[in-house]
Design a protein around this ligand. Structure first.
Ligand code: SAM
Length: 216
């Protein structure tokens, strides 16, 4: 299921990159909120991982906002990574959200924008545990998911010639619970917000608990 969805991204990479060149205000706001939390933690340089980075739009944003950041983009689609290459200075690595090619505790900010929604719901707990593994104590996860209750293949409304992709949709309480059960704290999940295309999104920020004082 996931493989066929990634194959769709391989097929649509060029048009996807062109259609979504600009980050919409709702995502700029979320990214700035997440980055502000990490800046306050004093991490320097800030390590930022874009999980399911696609064509690199958001990673490029983080690199502009925080030029000293050490950035990495992970995606399972080689064609999406190729589309990202001209936009991004940092490393781009082909890899799976369920087994991140990143060291334990190596990241301060994990950005998972419209990517975890492609995993079957039953795989979300393991994927969130994997995100938690790669984040340092106090690290921040920002995640967006499509809102709703369904799970299954959905037709592509932009690239109408492409095959359907699998989407798992979440309700705000459901996403908050999944984050909590994965061990995240200080969780905030927005109520569903409708974007410029009429799609409804959840935007969430959560943190890995700080290291106990004695262990610092
Ligand atoms: C909707 S796009 C979002 C891309 C980018 N985050 C953005 O917001 O523009 C979803 C991305 O997740 C990637 N993806 C889907 N399943 C994945 C998996 N299991 N492991 C890694 N990447 C995956 C796809 O290849 C695609 O680039």
């Amino acid at each position: 299921m996931t493989a066929s969805t990634v194959a769709v991204y391989d097929a649509i990479a060029t048009s996807y990159a062109a259609r979504r060149a600009e980050m919409p205000p709702r995502l700029v706001q979320l990214a700035q909120r997440a980055l502000a939390i990490v800046r306050r933690s004093g991490a320097d340089p800030i390590a930022i991982a874009d999980l399911g980075c696609g064509a690199g739009r958001d990673l490029a944003f983080f690199e502009r906002e925080q030029p000293s950041a050490v950035t990495v983009g992970i995606d399972a689609s080689a064609a999406m990574l190729e589309a990202a290459r001209p936009r991004v200075h940092g490393r781009l690595v082909e890899g799976d959200l369920r087994q991140l090619p990143l060291d334990t505790g190596s990241q301060h900010l994990a950005w998972a924008c419209a990517s975890l929604l492609h995993l079957p719901k039953q795989q979300l707990p393991a994927a969130l545990a994997e995100v938690r593994r790669v984040l340092a104590p106090g690290g921040v996860l920002a995640v967006t998911m499509k809102a709703g209750t369904t799970e299954g293949f959905e037709p592509n409304r932009s690239e109408t010639w492409a095959e359907p992709r699998i989407f798992a949709r979440y309700q705000d309480g459901e996403l908050a619970t999944a984050l909590e059960e994965a061990g995240f704290s200080r969780i905030s999940v927005s109520p569903p917000a409708t974007d410029e295309r009429g799609e409804t999104w959840l935007h969430a920020i959560a943190r890995v608990p700080d290291a106990p004082a004695a262990a610092r």
